[in-house]
Design a protein around this ligand. Structure first.
Ligand SMILES: [Zn+2]
Length: 200
């Protein structure tokens, strides 16, 4: 049986491990990479290497950082009484883009999904509770408006209520079932300026 050379097989195998890349897409991408001009493919390899070796997560909020703290946490003009909880670093970028929010963030790096076997310990929740005592007055739970996002927000709201801290959720108008990072700036901005207190 004729197959790909070993080096190409290895490339296909690595590519097919990426999210939403199947075996066929991986083969197509591998062909593109070895067939395009070599410099472009090597630039991609160098960019992956550079990002993976230099990017860390902020020790405070778990957003991308190149130092111990991210650029948001090390900016003294941010409102430290307001904390916005999101699922992924990409959500921080979406919220920063609409430039309505001047507080700090906390990136959970996951959602509560009991059916997929992911419990609260798979998110940065203990880390969130530890930060809360530093004068935070309101926590905006901006997880996506999906079943898992809603369940996670409710779970955290209960924990915060036990500490006497107000939780809010961006207003309706966020498309139901949609991921926050795909919401357009105007929708996000409206949802953030009209926040609802979470009723427990
Ligand atoms: Zn940070």
């Amino acid at each position: 049986v004729v197959s790909y050379p070993q080096s190409v097989l290895k490339l296909i195998r690595e590519l097919s491990r990426l999210p939403s890349i199947g075996e066929k897409s991986a083969a197509r991408l591998a062909y593109f990479l070895v067939n395009t001009d070599k410099k472009q493919a090597l630039d991609l390899a160098a960019a992956i290497n550079g990002a993976v070796t230099s990017i860390k997560f902020c020790e405070n909020c778990y957003f991308f950082a190149e130092d111990k703290l991210c650029t948001v946490c090390s900016n003294s003009s941010r409102d430290m009484e307001l904390l916005c909880v999101v699922e992924k670093p990409m959500d921080v970028i979406a919220i920063e883009r609409m430039s309505e929010f001047n507080g700090l963030y906390h990136v959970l790096h996951g959602l509560w999904a009991p059916l997929k076997g992911r419990g609260p310990e798979s998110m940065k929740i203990n880390e969130l509770l530890k930060r809360i005592d530093n004068g935070v007055k309101e926590v905006i739970l901006a997880t996506s408006s999906t079943v898992e996002g809603d369940a996670t927000a409710l779970y955290i709201a209960k924990l915060l209520a036990g500490k006497g801290i107000k939780s809010t959720r961006p207003a309706q108008g966020m498309p139901k079932g949609a991921e926050l990072e795909y919401a357009d700036d105007l929708t996000l901005s409206r949802a953030f300026s009209a926040r609802n207190i979470i009723n427990l």
